[in-house]
Design a protein around this ligand. Structure first.
Ligand code: PLP
Length: 432
């Protein structure tokens, strides 16, 4: 038995011939088998084949990649965007592209492997600060920086196992004392998920900072009905029908595509922080169901990364059908989306139920629920028992941001039904 998944990956999967409720992985919006994404990929495959067989600067440029970047810029409300083959490279591309603009790096010590790898080759001294610990960061900034040196702080936006959200406003305020400071967030688990428009950690904090203020008017209204009622095509062997998800207000309220400050700039002004730059590296491979990484920002930043980051310049991008599907995923989930609202409702339901079983879970919209070690509990046994009951959760011991003693990592999707979530909670209740 390999425990390999025999269907496309979604809220329901078949493993070893058994139908299982799937609470693992990172497909938070469940778009991996959405019919419109499949159609976009199939169309690009027919027209253009698989790929360009070289880097974009080496005659590998293609309208499909350009269209994806334009769509990503609209999605993030930015001037421009950069697409590359994997979000794992995003931090490296940022640090290489910004080389010469920072003198010392300060890294959350639970940061993702991709963050740790990126700082190793940045060519400046690196200091770790204790996980999410503002006081330790402030002390390290004070203790390590010589007069005039510019710090760059780097951290996951949402941590992949713990599900914690980095306190970006605190970091930004601490950095305001150092002219030219930069904060970089690896937003792989926040893209598409956090913020009213799914723009990630920066938007999440901006929305919170603005909570008391009146909301700005929203832009274009497009129909979620179209998205949800497209005929289900079984090509990717999904066990979830998109039509079954219709319900609730069938509206996607799109963010205006007109130029406006990026979420990074908006959060800075919402917090009243000046003199600090904030950049986020996103993924298309998790909530958005496709593949590849995105950095959005002003044209100057994107131009700099495109020109100066060898990690961008010297690789071949993702296959064209994948890029075409990714543009569709961004288009479908742009703006305030019912799909994202459904995800948050599922997250709230799951967090409340699991909190009731004794885990001290904070109430956030992050779709990763981390059940850490509790006295007398054998997490490995619980995972095995759940799998025997056709429920997949991950038991994690070594991945970045795993708390001491390991954890059960539960991923919540927009496509989970309430019945699935309730069964998960009920089965865990019998095991604790
Ligand atoms: C925090 C974080 N950053 C980056 C990545 C790499 O993302 P991708 O798989 O989209 O390349 C991951 C992957 O799991 C991750 O958890």
């Amino acid at each position: 038995m390999t425990n390999a998944i025999e269907t496309s990956v979604g809220a329901l999967v078949i493993i070893n011939g058994r139908e299982c409720d799937y609470f693992a992985g990172c497909g938070y919006l469940g778009l991996q088998n959405h019919p419109e994404l499949l159609a976009a990929a199939a169309d690009a495959l027919q027209r253009y084949g698989l790929g360009t067989a070289t880097s974009r600067g080496g005659y590998g440029e293609h309208p499909v990649y350009i269209a994806l970047e334009e769509m990503a810029a609209r999605y993030f409300g930015a001037e421009a965007a950069l697409y590359y083959v994997t979000a794992y490279l995003g931090n490296t591309i940022l640090l290489q592209g910004l080389r010469g603009e920072y003198d010392r790096i300060f890294m959350d010590d639970a940061s993702h492997f991709s963050v740790r790898d990126s700082v190793q080759i940045a060519g400046v001294p690196v200091t770790s600060f204790r996980h999410l610990d503002l006081d330790d960061l402030a002390a390290q900034l004070r203790g390590q920086l010589r007069p005039g040196e510019r710090p760059l702080v780097i951290s996951d936006g949402v941590f992949p196992i713990s599900g914690e959200i980095a306190p970006a406003p605190d970091y930004l305020r601490a950095l305001a004392a150092y002219p030219g400071a930069i904060l970089c967030l690896d937003d792989a688990h926040a893209t598409g998920v956090l913020g009213d428009n799914g723009q990630g950690t920066a938007e999440y904090w901006k929305n919170r900072a603005e909570e008391a203020a009146p909301r700005r008017p929203q832009g274009i209204v497009t129909g979620l009905a179209e998205m949800m009622s497209a005929p289900f095509q079984g090509g990717a062997a999904s066990l979830v029908s998109w039509t079954s998800l219709a319900g609730g207000p069938d509206l996607v309220v799109g963010a205006s595509a007109a130029a406006r400050p990026s979420e990074e700039q908006a959060v800075l002004s919402a917090l009243g922080v000046t003199g600090v730059r904030l950049y986020s590296a996103h993924t298309l491979s998790k909530a958005l169901g496709c593949h590849g990484g995105i950095i959005a920002g002003d044209a100057e930043l994107i131009g700099k990364l495109r020109a100066n980051a060898p990690a961008y310049v010297a690789h071949s991008p993702s296959p064209l059908p994948v890029a075409a599907a990714a543009a569709k995923a961004l288009d479908l989930t742009r703006g305030v989306s019912t799909l994202r609202n459904r995800l948050w409702a599922n997250v709230a339901r799951a967090r409340a139920g699991l909190r009731g079983l004794g885990w001290p879970l904070v109430d956030t919209p992050a779709p990763i629920i981390c059940l850490g070690a509790l006295p007398g509990l054998d997490l490995a046994r619980i995972q095995v028992e759940l799998f025997a009951r056709d429920i997949c959760v991950a038991h994690v011991t070594r991945y970045s941001s795993t708390p001491p003693g390991g954890a059960l990592r539960i991923a919540i999707f927009a496509t989970h039904t309430e019945a699935q979530i309730d069964r998960l909670i009920a089965e865990i209740a019998t095991l604790v």
